[in-house]
Design a protein around this ligand. Structure first.
Ligand SMILES: Cc1cc2nc3c(=O)[nH]c(=O)nc-3n(C[C@H](O)[C@H](O)[C@H](O)COP(=O)(O)OP(=O)(O)OC[C@H]3O[C@@H](n4cnc5c(N)ncnc54)[C@H](O)[C@@H]3O)c2cc1C
Length: 459
């Protein structure tokens, strides 16, 4: 088989789904017996839903998930502001990673592909291309000899899926800034909520050696959770059960390369960071779609190998930006430093209140929870000229048909263009032609007569 995908988490499964949509053969293996059973990454961002739409999955994801319409910001329990998250492009949804993975596995099965579960790979030769989607301790990355530089924070974070004896207003992501930490609640349906945030050292249970466990699967008792909840969440409610808890140490690390020869890294194998803002899985799915369509076109002989160079060129800057943003978010969320803690509790909240009424600030918060800011303006495979605020590499503002991974060319009615793409006529195109890639980014803006005909020769 020409393409081997190592790892069937959200990133590997998405690469597989894109290849399957193009009819390109591949093998996908995973050491586990099946999809994860925990909810782990519980927010699916707007940009990810747009990418899922290209795979014909967004409708089903929205049916299975819960819409998150607003972020509510509190300061020590006092309501500061409410920011709408569902804009023009729809809003994010709460959907457990277990459900997201199942959805991807089911779609793959519909296209006649199965994951080889219970299959651990230790050597990766024998395939033309290898996709390392094997998570944070990636063996593929080690075999490539690529470093994973960064840092691990001292602070401990906690995730818990709990049931409350009350129901709060639906569709609200609730964030509370307090002196002891920045915590959040995400509704998961009925009276179930995902609680997240930093925990003070004394709250996490010390093990027999007197140290707090940082095993990602470490359990926390309901009593401890209630204490954390009462101290930081400023919501009067009792926790009546916990379905899943995870204490974790936050890492911020990025692979030095996302490609070495014919081997590529996607998802957690390429970058890990704080779960603040729920970016991790979404970032991995973005990597997977970016690499997937390029690999498919090269494997089908429809594009030259140089198209594959653009994967690293486009995705490394995006990962770097998310890592920096998550670092800042986590520093605010978790710092134990007294001045910073005071600022967080007494200044950040007060500033957020008035600021969040300004339209650009509201837009910025909504964009942070949507990943719609991602653009590839500096990519070697986008070209042409800017038009107004729009530049080649930007996310195309035009809707496309679902389950469609073709290149689309938009020109004004009557323009004569000879190009091997799906051609659409739209009066708004004016004298320009807009070439939209399978991942919804603009590959080219310019005169119809100069539209590139090879996806790898646009830049
Ligand atoms: C406890 C926990 C809580 C989390 N909570 C959140 C959250 O709230 N929000 C958020 O955004 N993110 C969260 N994350 C992170 C999120 O789960 C990851 O970002 C996401 O799963 C990355 O997907 P991936 O496909 O890149 O990697 P993974 O999901 O890690 O998948 C890698 C796969 O590769 C397989 N594998 C590894 N080595 C081999 C091998 N040699 N051979 C075969 N298979 C192999 C593994 O079995 C695994 O299935 C959490 C992670 C954990 C562990």
């Amino acid at each position: 088989m020409d393409i081997l995908i190592v790892g069937a988490g959200p990133s590997g499964l998405t690469v597989a789904n894109v290849l399957a949509a193009y009819g390109v053969p591949f093998r996908i293996v995973d050491a586990k017996p099946g999809p994860v059973s925990q909810s782990r990454a519980a927010i699916v961002h707007v940009r990810t839903l747009e990418l899922f739409d290209r795979l014909g999955l967004a409708g089903e994801a929205r049916r299975r998930g819960l819409p998150i319409t607003h972020a509510e910001l509190y300061e020590n329990g006092r309501r500061g502001a409410e920011v709408p998250l569902a804009g023009r492009d729809g809003g994010p949804i709460a959907l457990g990673q277990d459900e997201t993975e199942r959805l991807l596995v089911e779609r793959l099965a519909e296209r006649g592909h199965a994951v080889e579960w219970n299959t651990t790979l230790t050597t990766f030769g024998g395939s033309r291309w290898v996709v390392g989607a094997d998570g944070a301790s990636s063996q593929v990355r080690r075999a490539m000899g690529v470093g994973f530089a960064g840092r691990t924070y001292e602070q401990t974070g906690l995730l818990a899926d709990v049931r409350l004896d009350t129901r709060l207003k639906p569709g609200r992501l609730r964030l509370n800034l307090t002196r002891g930490g920045f915590v959040g609640m995400l509704p998961l349906g009925e009276s179930r909520y995902r609680l997240f945030g930093a925990v003070p050292r004394d709250l996490a249970a010390p093990g027999p050696d007197g140290r707090v466990s940082h095993d990602p699967y470490a359990e926390v008792s309901l009593e401890q959770l209630q204490r954390w909840f009462d101290t930081f969440f400023a919501v009067r409610a009792r926790l009546v059960g916990a379905d899943w808890t995870a204490l974790f140490r936050v890492h911020s690390r990025m692979a030095e390369r996302f490609r070495a020869g014919d081997t590529f890294l996607v998802g957690d194998a390429a970058h890990i960071h704080s779960p603040a803002g729920g970016q991790g899985m979404n970032l991995g799915i973005g990597d997977a779609v970016n690499l997937g369509w390029k690999l498919a076109m090269v494997a089908r002989g429809e594009a030259g190998e140089q198209l594959l160079d653009s994967y690293e060129a486009e995705r490394m800057p995006v990962a770097r930006k998310v890592l920096n943003g998550a670092d800042r978010g986590f520093a605010l969320e978790a710092t134990g430093q007294p001045v910073a803690a005071w600022l967080r509790a007494h200044v950040a909240g007060r500033l957020l209140g008035p600021l969040s009424h300004l339209p650009p600030v509201r837009e910025a918060i909504a964009r942070m929870f949507s990943q719609t800011w991602i653009s590839y303006r500096d990519s070697p495979v986008v070209g042409g000229s800017r038009h107004g605020a729009l530049r080649p590499g930007d996310r195309a503002p035009l809707g496309m048909a679902p389950a469609d991974l073709r290149h689309h060319l938009v020109v004004s009615p009557g323009a004569h263009v000879d190009a091997p793409f799906e051609i659409h006529e739209h009066p708004a195109a004016g004298r320009l032609a807009y070439l939209v890639r399978p991942d919804g980014h603009l590959a080219y803006i310019g005169p119809p007569a100069s539209v590139p005909t090879d996806p790898d020769r646009v830049g």
